[in-house]
Design a protein around this ligand. Structure first.
Ligand code: S3P
Length: 426
């Protein structure tokens, strides 16, 4: 299948986004091992988070879905049961990496795998710390899914993370729930802290000071009622589109503004984007608010180190903004992009080149000169949701209609994307 995207004159209107993907995964897992019935509002509609729900259900948690309202009947820390068949994490790296921390401590054997893309993603980063905790996990070729996890009692560790990864940090913290004593993770660069906040919400004892996060093992986790804020990484497509399409004004309601994620807003604002936070919501550990974006000339920017780590999911769409910016965009320290749902550096470069855009590719990043013009082209999502949506945004300012091969990849995180884009274009 292909999607045709027409260039537009303006994007105007208001949208509400599906719940944050990262937060939805964590709430689903923790609600399943908490005691009692949790209510999760505005749960992500993305296929990835429904893969997590499917796994938790197969492990014995009760899951009822009513649109974006999810009820989870938790079974308690020691209540999960051996699944009847292998668990399917689909396309979701978050599911397999974070859930493995929980599976490693269960008194049964589980196999967990996923689709072709997931089967190529590196797992050594979780296997190493989990082995130190005493876990027994077999992986294809020692490092790829599927994983066969022979659960057993785990020991607490103090683990310096070699790669800045919130998924790996979360995997170790979730395993630490089951270990006696205090498990500590030391981050080289501070990454998104949704697990730390969610663990506290469900009643775990977690401390976090300057990238050193500790969790006390064997807590009593209790059911909660929680609302998931809109996904800032989904909002990013509209923040960039609203900036680069002239005469635009988009209101995005209820977006998650956790400071470990809102680095995006600072980076856009530093280049001259016109984005305002209109209304901050209070009363939950996860900050959220309404955003208003209006068209602006973006100056460009240089992204490296901790900023790159914080913006890793937004780089595909920021590359589009970079090409039309005044001074271009330089992305450094982004080697992790090569091991996402696809090699995102290669996918970005290929699609940009098809649109007539010059890009200088490096092993761990790229440089895109500014003041370039997008030409109509036949584009490819390469089966990657963020590539599909980033190049839909590029198509809005192309010289003519563009097509995107396998546009349905967007539904991994944002099934409503094309519909909302049409509404804003009308
Ligand atoms: C995520 C962490 C990041 C991010 C991914 C979601 C999370 O991955 O790219 O989309 O929810 O913890 P890494 O942990 O591999 O950096």
């Amino acid at each position: 299948m292909t999607e045709t995207i027409q260039p537009v004159r303006a994007l105007r209107g208001a949208v509400k986004l599906p719940g944050d993907k990262s937060i939805s995964h964590r709430y689903a897992m923790l609600a399943s091992i908490a005691e009692g019935t949790s209510k999760l509002h505005n749960f992500s509609t993305g296929a990835d988070c429904h893969s997590t729900l499917g796994c938790m259900q197969a492990l014995g948690a009760g899951v009822e879905k009513n649109g974006t309202e999810i009820t989870v009947h938790g079974v308690g820390l020691d209540g999960l049961k051996a699944p009847a068949a292998a668990l399917d994490a689909g396309n979701s790296g978050s599911t397999i990496r974070m859930l493995s921390g929980i599976l490693a401590a269960q008194p049964f054997r589980t196999t967990i795998g996923g689709d072709e893309s997931l089967s190529r993603r590196p797992m050594a980063r979780i296997l190493t710390p989990l082995a130190q905790m005493g876990a027994h996990i077999e992986a294809r070729d020692g490092k790829f899914p599927p994983l066969t996890v022979d659960g057993r009692p785990l020991e607490a560790i103090d683990y310096p993370l070699p790669v800045a990864s919130a998924q790996v940090k979360s995997c170790v913290l979730f395993a630490g729930l089951y270990a006696g004593g205090v498990t500590t993770v030391r981050e080289p660069i501070v990454t998104r802290d949704h697990s730390e906040l969610a663990l506290q919400d469900f009643g775990a004892e977690v401390t976090s000071i300057k990238g050193v996060i500790s969790i006390q093992g064997r807590p009593r986790l209790m059911a909660r009622e929680l609302a998931v804020p809109g996904d800032l990484s989904s909002a990013a497509f509209f923040l960039v589109a609203g900036t680069l399409v002239p005469n635009s004004r988009i209101v995005i309601h209820g977006v998650g503004l956790n400071p470990t994620r809102s680095v995006l807003l600072d980076f856009l604002a530093a280049g001259g984007a016109r984005i305002r936070i209109a209304q901050l919501a209070e009363g939950s550990r996860e900050l959220s608010g309404d955003l208003i974006v209006e068209s602006a000339r973006w100056q460009g920017g240089v992204m490296e180190k901790s900023v790159t780590a914080a913006l890793i999911d937004e780089i595909p769409v920021l590359s589009i903004l970079g090409a039309v910016s005044e001074q271009g965009l330089i992305v450094r320290d982004a080697g992790e992009l090569r091991v996402k749902e696809t090699d995102r550096i290669a996918a970005i470069a290929e699609n940009l080149q098809r649109m007539g855009i010059t890009v200088h590719v490096k092993q761990d990043g790229f440089e895109i000169p500014g003041k370039q013009t997008f030409h109509a082209a036949a584009l490819d999502s390469f089966g990657d949701h963020r590539i599909a949506m980033a190049f839909s945004v590029a198509s809005l300012i192309a010289g003519g209609p563009c097509t995107i091969e396998d546009p349905g990849a967007a539904s991994i995180s944002f099934p409503e994307f094309y519909q909302l884009l049409r509404e804003l274009s009308a």
